[in-house]
Design a protein around this ligand. Sequence first.
Ligand code: ACO
Length: 435
Amino acid sequence: MANESVNIVDKRTNASYDLPISKGTIRAMDLRQIKANADDFGLMTYDPAFMNTASCQSAITFIDGDKGILRYRGYSIEDLAEKCTFLEVAYLILFGELPTTVQLTQWVNEITHHTMIHETTKKFLEGFSFNAHPMGMYISTVAALSTIYPDARNISDPATRRLQICRLIGKVPTIAAYTYRHSLGYPYVYPDNELSYTENFMNMLWRMVEPKYQANAVLARALDILFILHADHEQNCSANVMRAVGSSQADPYVCTAAAAAALSGPLHGGANEEVLRMLDEIGSKERILAFLENVKAGRGKLMGFGHRIYKNYDPRARIIKWAADRVFEVTGRNPKLEIALELERIALADEYFIKRKLYPNVDFYSGIIYQAMGFKPEMFTVLFAIPRTVGWLAQWQEMLADPEQKISRPRQIYTGHELRKFVPIEKRTAEAVVG
Ligand code: ACO
């Protein structure tokens, strides 16, 4: 609507300000003119954890958290999960439009020819202990790619950017599979360019002595769908890190490693691993009520539940449940599913969870599928990081192209000491050290 504005009266000075409203927001910088006196710095907003602050304008992913809607570039997640391959969706997310047949063939070819990793990267991985967490190995190895491709620093060149994007999307499954093989002490399996993205990933994970790996088509498709669901999720914690690190003009490998580090935490992508540990801890349906009583008393969280944006069902969780049924037809039912279903049923009827609008998120059921497919829980967050690389790179590109973006640098409200007189060491007394 034209001429929308909000009027603010500063009661300190009785001055009145009209601040324009655009797309449901006011610009924080417009507040700076509101001053108590001429020396005043001007009004700022205080918003720890970005509860009500838009950090960018983005055309990639749309979420309506109240209605449980997720769309990539305007297409519903349900349509994309049903009708597309992961690389088709990756193209959409990165370039804004669904590819034509010719564009898709070229794109798949481009990605497929970047799946090999440099032999020194293999040696780098060998330096890790066998019980190293795969996510730690994954993050470090993605960062290490920066040393192999110094051209990646040239972030202002679109052709160079596109090359790094293809390298990253091509190589992350290889790195992920190698962290898995390393932890088992198995030899690494080289990529097979005749296979699809997910089939090749499965080949690098699970091929043993057979000359050609044959992926189970149902499992390969389920993995493809899981990758589609995890590909982007607008300004989440890791996307925000990708943009923040990228805003300093660091190369995309270290940016992606930083984003993956953010993903690894248990409140973000690391939750899928924690869900499995929680289900193990609960152990049987009879113990669910006691577990939930502990959660409600503030002793721990129901992992895989709750979301900053979704205050209705997470649409990805619904599709994952559907995919789980297909997977279990091949693998047999994961016994943890019974506990998870009952846990969900009881929690969704409980006043504590209803009042706080806590619903299952993407991580609640994904681990159960991954485990049925043969993955160890430590691999779950790595499986999340592979497809999310697409979203991170799209967010990075969009940030670089946005003339309004600058180096990411929030303000603070300083709460420490005023200027203090320096105390020489011989005159200092022991006091509690802060921080
Ligand atoms: N179990 C129990 N209580 C919860 C949970 C949970 N999983 N999640 C939120 N709550 C409670 C909080 O304790 C708080 O209660 P209070 O109002 O009495 O203090 C209330 O619900 C609001 O929660 P916040 O922590 O303020 O919500 P926020 O938006 O900051 O956090 C988050 C969202 C981090 C996802 C949170 O729900 C959580 O920790 N969930 C479990 C971890 C998880 O599954 N993470 C994956 C998220 S999806 C993803 O990142 C891919």
